[in-house]
Structures are given as structure tokens and as C-alpha cells.
Design a protein around this ligand. Structure first.
Ligand code: PLP
Length: 409
């Protein structure tokens, strides 16, 4: 029989969302009359905005005409979208990059998952705890970790993000080759300021490390001093890759479009002490393993940057931000301590003394019929915390918030 990739056997079952689904289903079956409201989902509730729908329809019509039909497109994305992203997200902010440093993809999840294959299997990985699980699991699959013991994989440098450090990762004492930073953060909602981010860029410059900067929630930043791109920090163009997504910016979770910035100045060493550019390797990887994002989807993403597209998507984001404010104020009313929600659609609340993440989940479900996500599901440092999201509709969010505010803890 063919042998399995042994590293897959180290993976821990992803019980988090299936356990939540089972508990909710059991509760609903026992209480068919009650309305359970989910503030647990990381998916959007609002439809695509009219400017995006119009672009999809127009591009769909083009695909139905022989003169404008398109087959395979460039694997890295159409020039029209790369140039629009460059102008809209970088040149307009005074950040000098070129269009061919922007790679259009079908999601930040796949890009951030695939990127690690460009690095040596012995590269040391540092990541935040709690964390978006994709960074960790893809490195486990690639064999960069030892076995899982006492809640941790051997070989990984965990960066605890706790109340004491405002949920911001601190520089490790040891050397890290690959550093995953997620800011604004899922699940904690914390965002690195430019000063904090500079420490990481300086560390990476000094240690010749690579920063994989996941900024899927950039559109939710409201605070001055929080950078909208890692390239606002001088030197980042030599050490950092930036991942961005249209999923939470423009409701593309089901439409699928994202982009990754790989500056040409980021270098890796070769076994003979030479240098190779990360950009050339990612281009090689994408042209070999990926066939591009549909033309109609790229036209839809382009429409996000039109004046109407911008205004319409900003209005939706504003609505989710308002949901976050409603949730935060309800938690305060209930006497709970909560973080996040200011630069991210996530609220990270501290469970009351002596109540663990799962007990809090049960209490919220049974007493308020509200569903959230136990913090411990995102890592050991998430124990004693609980994540609520601002992505539900304003009506259901307000209803859920009222129920939580009325609870006694
Ligand atoms: N990165 C983070 C931190 C996320 O929370 C998510 C989605 O929840 C993604 C990436 C995935 O984004 P996409 O829909 O573009 O694959």
C-alpha cells in the first residue's frame, strides 16, 4: 500500500466548528420555538453591492460574445486589475510598487497556505497564539513541526498574544525564518501600530527573515497610527509579503478574489550561498499550479475601486463596524471586558473569572440563544476568551446584543 505523508497524521482534528454546529443543532432540536442567533460566523451577511453586480453582469455578457469571449487568462491576474489595485491601494497611499508585484488569486486562504512551500523544510516558523489556524496547519502538513504535545507542536515558535501585551506579538528571543503576522487580527481584533510593526520589520531585516503579513481585514482599520500596508514601514519591501482579500472588504467570500504582494527585492538564500528572488519563485509556482481567477470575477473586483463601488462597499463595512460597536456596548452593559471591534470585525471578550471558553459558549447558547466561538479553538492562549463577529445583519446583531446585555454573569 502507498504510504501516507506522515506529517498529515500529526494534524489535530478541527473539532471547533463541527463541535459548535453539533451543540447548536442539539439545542435547536430540543428548543424548536427559540431563535438562535449566530455571532460566530466569519462570513458576511450582506449581498454584493450594485456596482459589483453590474460589473459581473457586463463581464458575463462579454463572455457570451465571440468577439469578447476570454479563455485562460494570465495566471497572475489581468493587467487591468493589477493596475487598479496598485493605484487604489498603494500608489494612492504613496507606496511605490509595480503592477507585476501584485498577484491576483482566488483567496487569501489559498495564498497564505501555499506560500510556505517556497521555503526550506527546516525553516523555523513563528506565529501568534491565538491564531488563524491555516498558518499552523499548512506548516504541519509540510513537515516543519514535531508532534503535537500538551497543546503545542514542537518546532514552532509561538508568540503569545495576551491581555498583558495588548494581544500584540512580542519579538522572539530565538531566530525565526518565517514570521506570520495577522493585523488587524482574527480572532483578537488587535492591530499593530506602525511603531509595533517597525519592530518586526527591523527584526526581519536583521535576521534575514521573511514576514508573511496577512491583512485581510485592512478595510476595517479606523485608528490613526495603524498602517494600512506593511510597506508603510521602510525596509518592508525587502522582507515582507502582504496578503489582502476582497472577501471581507467587498463581500467576496463566495465570489473568491484576493491578491498577494511579492516585492521583487525580497530574497532567499540558495544552498550554494547564492540568492534567489521570492517573486520569481512565486511566479513559477503560480504559473505551474494555478490557472487564474475568472475574468468576470476580476472585473467584479475592479468595480470595487470605482467611485460607486468604493462608496457602496464603504457603506457595508460601516454597517459591520456599527454592529461591532453595538456588541461592544452590550458587553459593557453586561459587565464583561472586551477587546477589538475598533479596527476589525471581531470582538474578543474575556470570560468571567473561573469560566472557560466552552462553558461560556454553553451559557450564551442556553441562556441567550446566541452563538459565538470559544477562544481556545484558536490556540492555548485563547482559553478564557470568546470571539464574537460583527458580520450578521444589524437587526439580528442588535437582538443578540440585547439578549447578552440582559444576562447576569
Ligand atoms: N486570512 C484571515 C486572517 C482570515 O480570517 C480569512 C478568512 O476568514 C482569510 C485569510 C481567508 O480569506 P479569503 O476568503 O480571501 O480566502
Amino acid at each position: 500500500m502507498t504510504a501516507v505523508n506522515p506529517h498529515y497524521l500529526k494534524l489535530q482534528g478541527s473539532y471547533l466548528f463541527s463541535t459548535i454546529a453539533k451543540k447548536v443543532a442539539a439545542y435547536k432540536e430540543a428548543h424548536p420555538q427559540t431563535q438562535v442567533i449566530s455571532l460566530g460566523i466569519g462570513d458576511v451577511s450582506q449581498p454584493l453591492v450594485p456596482a459589483v453586480v453590474e460589473a459581473l453582469q457586463q463581464a458575463g455578457r462579454e463572455m457570451g460574445q465571440a468577439e469578447t469571449f476570454r479563455g485562460y487568462g494570465p495566471e497572475q491576474g489581468y493587467e487591468f486589475l493589477r493596475k487598479t489595485v496598485l493605484q487604489g491601494d498603494y500608489l494612492s497611499r504613496g507606496l511605490a510598487l509595480s503592477a507585476d508585484e501584485i498577484f491576483i488569486s482566488d483567496g487569501a486562504k489559498s495564498d497564505v497556505a501555499n506560500f510556505q512551500e517556497l521555503f526550506s523544510s527546516s525553516a523555523r516558523v513563528a506565529l501568534q497564539d491565538p491564531v488563524y489556524p491555516v498558518y499552523l496547519d499548512t506548516n504541519v502538513m509540510a513537515g516543519r513541526t514535531d508532534v503535537y504535545k500538551n497543546g503545542r507542536y514542537g518546532g514552532i515558535i509561538y508568540l503569545p498574544c495576551t491581555e498583558e501585551n495588548n494581544f500584540l506579538p512580542q519579538l522572539p528571543r530565538e531566530h525565526a525564518d518565517i514570521i506570520y503576522l495577522c493585523s488587524p487580527n482574527n480572532p483578537t481584533g488587535a492591530a499593530l501600530t506602525k511603531t509595533e510593526l517597525k519592530k518586526w520589520v527591523d527584526y526581519a531585516l536583521e535576521h534575514h527573515s521573511i514576514i508573511l503579513y496577512d491583512s485581510a481585514y485592512e478595510a476595517y482599520i479606523t485608528q490613526a497610527g495603524v498602517p494600512h500596508s506593511i510597506y508603510e514601514v521602510p525596509g518592508a519591501e525587502k522582507v515582507a509579503v502582504e496578503f489582502r482579500s476582497f472577501s471581507k472588504t467587498a463581500g467576496f467570500t463566495g465570489t473568491r478574489c484576493a491578491y498577494t504582494v511579492v516585492p521583487k527585492g525580497v530574497m532567499l538564500t540558495t544552498p550554494d550561498d547564492g540568492k534567489v528572488s521570492l517573486h520569481s519563485l512565486w511566479l513559477r509556482r503560480q504559473t505551474t499550479k494555478f490557472n487564474g481567477v475568472p475574468y468576470i470575477v476580476q472585473r467584479a473586483a475592479e468595480a470595487v475601486y470605482s467611485p460607486q463601488g468604493r462608496a457602496q462597499t464603504r457603506a457595508v463595512i460601516g454597517m459591520y463596524q456599527q454592529n461591532a460597536a453595538v456588541i461592544l456596548s452590550a458587553l459593557k452593559e453586561a459587565g464583561l471586558t472586551a477587546f477589538g471591534g475598533q479596527n476589525a470585525p471581531y470582538i474578543w471578550l474575556k470570560t468571567p473569572q473561573g469560566v472557560d471558553s466552552w462553558s461560556f459558549f454553553d451559557k450564551l447558547l442556553v441562556e441567550a440563544q446566541v452563538v459565538g466561538t470559544p477562544g481556545v479553538g484558536f490556540g492555548a492562549c485563547g482559553e478564557g476568551y470568546f470571539r464574537l463577529t460583527a458580520f450578521n445583519t444589524p437587526q439580528l446583531t442588535a437582538q443578540a446584543a440585547r439578549r447578552v446585555a440582559d444576562l447576569t454573569f
